[in-house]
Design a protein around this ligand. Sequence first.
Ligand code: 5AD
Ligand code: FES
Length: 358
Amino acid sequence: MEGTFERPLEFELADKLEASRDLTDDEFAAVLLCDYPGFDEYLAGKARAVREKYYGKSVYLRGLVEISNICRNNCYYCGIRRDNANAERYRLSEEQILSCCDAGYDLGFRTFVLQGGEDPYYTDELIVSIVSAIKERHPDCAVTLSLGEFEKESYQKFFDAGADRYLLRHETADKDHYEMLHPAEMSFDHRMQCLRDLKDIGYQVGCGMMVGSPYQTTEHLVKDLRFLQEFKPEMVGIGPFIPHHDTCFADREAGTVDMTIRLLSVIRLLLPDVLLPATTALGTIDPRGREKGILAGANVVMPNLSPSDVRGKYLLYDNKICTGDEAAECIRCMAMRISSVGYETVVSRGDHAAFSIK
Ligand code: 5AD
Ligand code: FES
């Protein structure tokens, strides 16, 4: 027809994803692979509209406390893997963790994320004691744990002590791919069991994957999307894989900012009210990565509250940002970045819609 031109099919697929929150596997793959000019902006525009419908212009802040870089696991990609003899190890005491949270509270944080390697020093009893103490001092705050795999009984104890949320990335929804990223002693089935247990107990659960991890194919990413659709997590943490020089994957290519952003938009359209962080890894591969993430549908950021003397040691990958700044500095910087793209940081627990306390 004169005067009109056909839009590429992928634009129709973006419309279909927005309207039906679903695509076939082949359609998801086509959306992930499309390199037609303007497609990224089209998809991000839709994702932004959906995020604004549910969350307005708010970006939720979570204060991240990296409690230990000691880990019994040996994931091939991770800089704090057990076999990395060059990692300078540290762990924070209960008192240190509590004083980080107190300082974070005074800075305006109402969610604390305690993240660490699987460090046996933190027994169930110690974690229960830390969680109870934070909740006692700051009853208006949410406590999120990101401490790896435990048995259901332990997760239950942490929940009973007051933990609200748990982040455990599934890393990849494909068992064979999982086994290419982890040694035989680690189990895909156990990781998935952990995620189900967390959900059963009543946590708000976050899962997620690395983008561009070694051996990852488009089919794997489609499987990840399918998994997210079925599991319905309250949060999805994704970031590019970035090689760490002291790991098995030192010479691998990093994931790309473009694919990470594309996935953020797709996930926003798939799970409209999900909590979606613009991660530190995204800010590491591109100086404006987190801003681009916000503009593609992300609505959470996690400034670092760890004590400055240990920050430079929690290095899962090379060139990590925010390792030298004081917490207050990091928050100021983050708030500026967010307002530079027309959004605003909010101090609230920022619960997932299904859990929000009115
Ligand atoms: N690059 C990017 N992300 C990584 N993680 C671990 N190692 C790397 C890396 N080299 C991510 C994993 C883990 C989370 C805490 O950090 O997805 O679950
Ligand atoms: Fe941490 Fe900029 S966000 S220093």
